[in-house]
Design a binder for this molecule. Structure first.
Ligand code: ADP
Length: 446
C-alpha cells in the first residue's frame, strides 16, 4: 500500500479523497493555490504545499509544481480527483515516469477515451451500441452534409476533444448545417486547440444514463450499476439518481455485462464511467470518462462501496477481491449539486460565507469543503456542496431530499438550493418522467 498520497485537487473532492486515505491509514499531502491557503482541504491534510497563484493554469494545472510537491514531501502516489489534470494523459504518464503511481487508468486509455472519435471506434469494436453518426472525423462541410442526409436531421456536430458541453451544435435542417458547423468548429478550436469534429444523430428525448465500472490490474472488472444524470442545464448535470427511474434491473444487468466484458478485453484499469443516451428502450454510447465522477456518491450509497478506496487499492496493485455477484443494490439515492450561483440567472456568487448549517439525520450525506467564515474564491468551479440522500425507495429519497434542502443554511453567497427545492416539488420529477431537455425548459419557464 502507498506511504503517502498527494491529492492534486481542491474543494469537496480533495476532502473526499482525504477521507478515504485516512480510513486506509495513509497520510495525505494537499496542494493549494495562494487563494486556497485557508481552505478546508489544506487544513485537514497531514501536509500541504502551496503550488502557485490563484489562476488554475499557474497552480492546479501546473504539472511541474505538482510533481515537485510530491517529490519534496515524499508522496508515492497522486490522486487527481475530477476536473483539472484528471483526464490529462501526459500528466498520468509523467507521474509514472517520476516513479509515482497515478491513481487512475493508464495514460494510453486516458488518451484513447479523451478523443471521442477514438473512444467510439473502440467501443463499437467491443460490441457497445453507439449513437448513429459519422464513422469518424468529418473533414469538411460537404462530408457533413452527406452524413446528415444519411442519418437524417436533426444532427449534432461535436468536438472530438469535447468536454463540458463545449464545441457541440445542433443543426435542425440542411439550411442550418453550415452555421452549426462553423460555430462548433470555432468553439472546439478555441476551447481545445483542436477543431476536429464528428456528427451524431441528435436524439430528441433521451435520458442520460451512465454506468460505473471498476477494474483491477489482474483482469477483474465489475460494474456498480447506473446513474441517471438527465437533469442538465447547458449539458451540465445538476441532479443525479441511482438507480435510474427509467430502466429495470434486467436492463442494468444486460448493459453491465456488455460493458464489463468490453473493458476486460480492452485491459482497462481503475474507475471509469461509460455515458449513454437512452431512448425508446435503446442505449447508445456517447463517451467514457476515465476518472472519478462528481456524482459518484449516489452509486456509493446504493452499493455500499467506497469508490475512492477501491481506486487506491487497485492503483496499489490489489485485486478487487469480489465479483459481480457480490455487488448488490439497495434502495435509491439522489444527489443535488449545490453551487454558489444565483438560482435565477446562474451568475457566479463568490464571497464570504457568514453562516453554514448542513442538514443531517438518517441517510443524509453532505460532501462539502464549506465552513462559516470561508470565502468562496471567484477563480474556480462554483460547486460548494453535494447533498446526497439514500432511502429504501425513490419516493422516500425524494421526501428525505426535500426535508434536507429545507434544513440546509448557507448565508453570505447565493446558492442553487432554492432551485433544487423547486425541482423536487415538480410532479414531472416526482414521476421520474423526464428527459435531458426537461430542466432547460423548466428553468426557462419560470
Ligand atoms: P461533454 O463531454 O461535452 O459533456 P457529451 O458527449 O458527454 O459531451 O454530452 C453531454 C450532453 O450533451 C449529454 O449528456 C446530452 O445531454 C447531450 N448530448 C450529447 N450527445 C447527444 C445526442 N447525440 N443527442 C442529444 N443530446 C446529446
Amino acid at each position: 500500500m502507498f506511504n503517502k498520497i498527494l491529492i492534486a485537487n481542491r474543494g469537496e473532492i480533495a476532502l473526499r479523497i482525504q477521507r478515504a486515505c485516512r480510513e486506509l491509514g495513509i497520510p495525505t499531502v494537499a496542494v493549494h493555490s495562494t487563494a486556497d491557503a485557508e481552505a478546508m482541504h489544506v487544513r485537514l491534510a497531514d501536509e500541504s504545499v502551496c503550488i502557485g497563484p490563484p489562476a488554475a493554469r499557474d497552480s492546479y494545472l501546473k504539472i511541474s509544481a505538482i510533481l515537485s510537491a510530491a517529490n519534496i514531501t515524499g508522496a508515492d502516489a497522486i490522486h487527481p480527483g475530477y476536473g483539472f489534470l484528471s483526464e490529462n494523459a501526459d500528466f498520468a504518464a509523467m507521474v509514472e515516469a517520476h516513479g509515482l503511481a497515478f491513481i487512475g487508468p493508464s495514460a494510453d486509455h486516458i488518451r484513447m477515451m479523451g478523443d471521442k472519435i477514438a473512444a467510439k471506434t473502440a467501443m463499437a469494436s467491443l460490441g457497445v451500441p453507439l449513437v448513429p453518426g459519422s464513422a469518424g472525423e468529418v473533414a469538411d462541410l460537404d462530408a457533413a452534409a452527406a452524413v446528415a442526409a444519411e442519418i437524417g436531421y436533426p444532427v449534432l456536430i461535436k468536438a472530438a476533444a469535447g468536454g463540458g458541453g463545449r464545441g457541440m451544435k445542433v443543426a435542425t435542417s440542411a439550411e442550418g448545417l453550415e452555421e452549426a458547423w462553423r460555430v462548433a468548429r470555432g468553439e472546439a478550436h478555441a476551447a481545445f486547440g483542436n477543431d476536429a469534429v464528428y456528427i451524431e444523430k441528435y436524439l430528441d428525448r433521451p435520458r442520460h444514463i451512465e454506468m460505473q465500472v471498476m477494474a483491477d490490474a489482474h483482469g477483474n472488472v465489475v460494474h456498480f450499476g447506473e446513474r441517471d444524470c438527465s437533469l442538465q442545464r447547458r449539458h451540465q448535470k445538476l441532479l443525479e439518481e441511482a438507480g435510474s427511474p427509467a430502466i429495470t434491473a434486467e436492463q442494468r444487468d444486460a448493459l453491465g455485462a456488455t460493458v464489463t466484458a468490453g473493458l476486460a478485453r480492452l485491459g482497462y484499469r481503475n474507475a471509469g464511467t461509460l455515458e449513454f443516451l437512452y431512448q425508446d428502450g435503446q442505449f447508445a454510447f456517447i463517451e467514457m470518462n476515465t476518472r472519478l465522477q462528481v456524482e459518484h456518491p449516489v452509486t456509493e450509497m446504493v452499493c455500499g462501496v467506497d469508490l475512492v478506496r477501491e481506486q487506491i487499492r487497485i492503483a496499489a496493485g490489489h485485486r478487487l477481491g469480489y465479483t459481480q455477484k457480490d455487488v448488490t443494490f439497495s434502495g435509491h439515492a439522489i444527489e443535488c449539486r449545490i453551487t454558489a450561483e444565483d438560482p435565477e440567472t446562474f451568475t457566479a456568487s463568490p464571497g464570504r460565507v457568514t453562516a453554514y448549517h448542513p442538514p443531517g439525520g438518517l441517510g443524509v450525506r453532505v460532501d462539502s469543503a464549506l465552513y462559516a467564515g470561508y470565502s468562496v474564491p471567484p477563480y474556480y468551479d462554483s460547486l460548494i456542496a453535494k447533498l446526497v440522500v439514500h432511502a429504501p425507495t425513490r419516493a422516500e429519497a425524494i421526501a428525505r431530499m426535500r426535508r434536507s434542502l429545507a434544513e440546509f443554511v448557507v448565508v453570505g453567497v447565493k446558492t442553487t438550493l432554492p432551485l433544487h427545492a423547486r425541482i423536487l416539488e415538480e410532479p414531472t420529477f416526482q414521476a421520474g418522467d423526464y428527459t435531458i431537455h426537461w430542466l432547460e425548459r423548466f428553468v426557462a419557464g419560470r
